[in-house]
Design a protein around this ligand. Structure first.
Ligand SMILES: [Mg+2]
Length: 242
């Protein structure tokens, strides 16, 4: 019997890819104008910095922190941190938030799940402040009962410890949790390996992590619309009594 439903945020509850592209475009335009870089130079330095930080820090939430990323880029360029650093960070996130669009059916789904009596959680690889800003802006925070960010967990999906922490916060066994997200590796397979059920949200029919799973693991169901989670849960709740 499922008691808690846990959601990924980015590309699940809203359109991260489009909003991120808009944020990157705004910061690139700033760098061209104020730092006198070409768009190609900015892009190459951004990629190199991100790779270096990932290598140094490992799988932690700080690898997503744009303040640290832009700080390292400015240091590498021997450019002053003031006033660029905080301006670039604000520009990126403010643009992303402005362009973030709720996934079709997301609010309706959370409302329905609440009415059905499920506890609603968040399980996301990212720093806490930005994820709560996103949820607040999208109007979803009032539906959320608990949240695990990788900043708080100290580790990232698909580390089994991440999902254990989610279940602990949900107040039930992993087998009583349903995880919903767009990443097959992070949201579906990782959750199932930790003993949860999972809905892999894959609206376009493509595989987000660089390949198509030849055979999906047991316990994973693919959905193309978020609202299909309601039917899945209604069906799964009937099973034990039949
Ligand atoms: Mg995602």
């Amino acid at each position: 019997m499922i008691k808690a439903v846990i959601f990924d945020i980015d590309n699940t509850l809203y359109s991260f890819d489009r909003a991120n592209a808009a944020g990157m475009a705004a910061v690139t335009e700033y760098a061209c104008r104020e730092l006198k870089l070409s768009a190609a130079e900015f892009s190459a330095l951004h990629k190199k910095t991100q790779e270096r930080l990932n290598q140094r820090m490992g799988k932690v939430a700080a690898t997503h922190n744009r303040l640290i990323r832009y700080q390292n880029m400015l240091e590498e360029l021997h450019l002053p941190l003031s006033p660029h650093l905080l301006k670039m960070e604000a520009l990126f996130w403010d643009t992303l938030l402005e362009k973030a669009e709720l996934t079709q059916g997301a609010e309706e789904l959370l409302r329905d799940l609440k009415a059905m009596g499920f506890r609603i959680g968040i399980g996301t690889n990212m720093t806490a402040r930005m994820q709560f800003r996103k949820l607040e802006k999208l109007g979803l925070l009032p539906f959320v009962d608990f949240a695990v960010t990788s900043e708080e967990a100290g580790t990232e999906k698909p580390d089994p410890l991440f999902y254990e922490f989610c279940a602990e916060k949900a107040g039930c066994a992993p087998g009583e949790c349903l995880f919903i997200g767009d990443s097959y590796t992070h949201d579906a397979r990782g959750a199932v390996f930790a003993g949860m059920k999972a809905l892999w949200y894959c609206p376009e029919g493509d595989f987000q992590d660089g390949g198509t799973p030849s055979q999906m693991e047991e316990g994973i169901t693919r959905i193309q619309k978020l609202i299909q989670a309601v039917d899945y849960l209604q069906d799964s709740q009937k099973e034990p009594g039949l």
